[in-house]
Write a protein that binds this ligand. Structure first.
Ligand SMILES: [Zn+2]
Length: 325
């Protein structure tokens, strides 16, 4: 560039616009561009001889945070959020499927959205790749209940099975309820899309889906637990390897800051609200009594920790990070 009085002045003006300590000369790639995207959300821990890989499917902001808790004024909900150092004008709902390698079975618990969800979800596949798990090697998928955030990811938008070699195991109470056209016709409008998702996901494999009763062992080391209330056949699970046990609450407790701290609060999506409260207390009491770690589908990542009694409710304590397996 030929230096003239005009270019000199322009250079001086540009230099004045650069923050102190940063040069306008030198390579232009000194500052890295912002990615604007989260990295794959994965974490791995040991449970006895089992290996658990947690795979975040992403998160959404509740469209109407003021309606998330059905039986409380929003200012009470905001107080609980603020007490937990969370922003009080929004509720972020996360989705946390996980894979358990028992040595005999490779089991996925709940399936996220795949490409059928709103923006911000459907990250499970990226996480699986990053974790070195091929979806074709998943031999069992265990579903806690049929709400769309748990089953949509079994089949992508194009119609293909995402886990083509897996046996799909579902609570029989969920199967009976959501496959019933009479129930669909009389359901509130908010639940109609869930009935449709159930048909989209399961119709092509209706004869192959394995239905289980609550309280039964599904594969060696994994037993279902009665957690009905959130939905008519909602299941929790105990995952056990030797003396190590994990209680998967599924949706027994949505965000722990709201519903473990305040077990009598009603989540809008709890379909039988009094029954959901009693299931919540029963399972959280079990976790307290046995000092058993829990996993929760809507718990903050990596969604594993402990439950302690606090006041009239419970408190969630995240598990220490396992740095070495
Ligand atoms: Zn859910």
């Amino acid at each position: 560039m030929k230096i003239t009085r005009r270019t000199l002045m322009a250079t001086a003006a540009a230099a004045a616009a650069v923050p102190a300590g940063r040069s306008i000369v030198g390579p232009a790639n000194a500052a890295a561009p912002m990615s604007g995207k989260q990295v794959p959300t994965i974490y791995r821990y040991k449970l006895g001889e089992f290996e658990v890989t947690v795979l975040g499917d992403g998160a959404i902001k509740a469209a109407r945070p003021d309606t998330v808790v059905a039986n409380q004024p929003f200012n009470e909900v905001q107080r609980a959020l603020e007490d937990a150092f969370l922003p009080k004008d929004q509720i972020v709902v996360v989705f946390t499927p996980f894979v358990v390698n028992t040595g005999r079975n490779l089991v996925l618990f709940d399936a996220g959205f795949a490409d059928n969800g709103p923006p911000g979800v459907g990250l499970l596949a990226t996480g699986m790749t990053a974790a070195g798990i091929d979806p074709k090697t998943v031999d069992t998928v265990i579903i806690s209940h049929f709400h769309p955030d748990h089953i949509s990811g079994l089949r992508n938008k194009a119609g293909a099975a995402v886990y083509p070699n897996a046996e799909i195991m579902v609570p029989s109470g969920e199967w009976t309820f959501w496959r019933d056209d009479g129930e669909m016709n009389k359901a509130a409008d908010v639940w109609k899309p869930s009935f449709m998702h159930t048909r989209r996901v399961f119709d092509p494999i209706a004869n192959d889906v394995k239905r289980f009763e609550l309280g039964k062992e599904l594969v060696p080391g994994i037993t279902s637990v009665d957690a009905r209330g959130h939905s008519p056949g909602h299941a929790g699970f105990v995952i056990a390897s030797g003396n190590a046990k994990l209680l998967y609450l599924a949706d027994t407790t949505n965000h722990p800051v709201l519903f473990a701290r305040n077990p009598e609060w009603h989540l809008w999506a709890d379909m039988d609200k009094p029954m959901a409260v009693s299931a919540r207390k029963r399972l959280l009491d079990m976790a307290v009594a046995d000092r058993m770690p829990i996993a929760g589908y809507h718990y903050p990542f990596p969604a594993v920790g402990y439950i302690e009694k606090r006041g009239a409710g419970y408190n969630f304590v995240p598990a220490p990070w396992q740095h070495v397996l």
